[in-house]
Design a protein. Structure first.
Length: 312
């Protein structure tokens, strides 16, 4: 009887440990989980060896508006759900800044999303992802893969702040898994996104393409990006019902074939009209919270990245 109980306990423990299929990562969360600690140590060593790209160089190279790349052709074979997840995960490259903060005088590693578009190191992301972070005293542009290996960014190949699109080159010890880009996308098509919303690593969600939209106005946050001529290109946004949040910017939105049809750029919340303040017994007024009517998830269409690329 004792032997039987012991065997059952071992089997139960094995089931708890192997809750997922082989090759599926389990991400640590909670107070004790420091996702970027190991990456920060790698970044410090590379920075000390002058192997990282300074943000001053990033700003200078971000003026380049095109590059020459040999991109893979769009795929036409429908992938299984697991194959889509695997391609999205393997192609996902986190991009951001390793910097010394002027406010707290500490080192930070602030990573968003990106995705490989060639095996030899070209990575697409948002233009706002490669911009210097607020409160930066000094900093460097870096990247990291899903195996928590820091990848030095060697240069900015092309960038367009108006269309929130950028392509950088990273140095990797092994070939990257590229996402082919596709323009064959329509409202109603199902799409998927692998990203790190609000620091929650490896979140994979699905949805559909809702519509394409182009705004005729310049938003407040874009007003300071106007070039000398005063004209800022307006991107075509691809709106989806796929879930993402801050931290997801630059992550690929893929179709059923595993092709990239866009990348995460913005979130737009529509709130209820403000409610009148409520009076408390002591006479003080307390603001009443507004409800959220709808959230628009806006991606930059793949065509905007392709516009930065010339064929060899």
């Amino acid at each position: 009887m004792k032997h039987t109980c012991a065997i059952l306990c071992l089997l139960f423990a094995a089931r708890v440990v192997m809750a997922q299929a082989p090759g599926v990562p389990v991400y640590n969360e909670g107070r004790g989980a420091r996702q970027n600690a190991a990456l920060q140590e790698q970044a410090k060593k590379l920075q000390a060896a002058s192997a990282l790209l300074p943000m001053a160089k990033v700003e200078e190279q971000a003026k380049r508006n095109e590059c020459i790349l040999d991109l893979p052709q769009a795929d036409t074979k429908v992938l299984t759900s697991r194959e889509r997840w695997q391609r999205a995960r393997l192609s996902h490259i986190r991009v951001g800044a390793f910097f010394l903060c002027s406010k707290c005088d500490r080192w930070h590693l602030d990573l968003a999303g990106g995705y490989a578009i060639t095996a030899d190191g070209a990575v697409a992301t948002c233009a706002h992802v490669i911009a210097p972070p607020e409160g930066m005293k000094e900093g460097w542009l870096v990247a990291a893969n899903e195996d928590d290996e820091l990848l030095p960014v060697t240069e900015v190949l092309a960038c367009n702040m108006g269309t929130d699109s950028a392509i950088v080159r990273v140095k990797s010890s092994k070939p990257l898994t590229p996402v082919p880009l596709s323009l064959d996308v329509s409202p109603g098509d199902q799409v998927w996104c692998f990203s790190d919303p609000n620091g929650k690593r490896g979140y994979f969600s699905d949805g559909i393409v809702s519509r394409f939209v182009k705004r005729p106005f310049i938003s407040k946050k874009d007003a300071g990006k106007l070039p000398e001529g005063g004209v800022l290109p307006r991107p075509v946004w691809l709106e989806t019902t796929t879930e993402w949040a801050p931290g997801s910017s630059g992550s690929a939105v893929i179709d059923q074939f595993g092709n990239g049809v866009g990348h995460v750029s913005e979130i737009q919340s529509v709130l209820e009209d403000p409610l009148p303040a409520r009076k408390k017994k002591d006479g003080k007024e307390v603001a009443r919270p507004q409800g959220t009517l709808i959230i628009f998830h806006q991606a930059i269409a793949a065509g905007e990245v392709l516009a930065l690329v010339k064929k060899p």
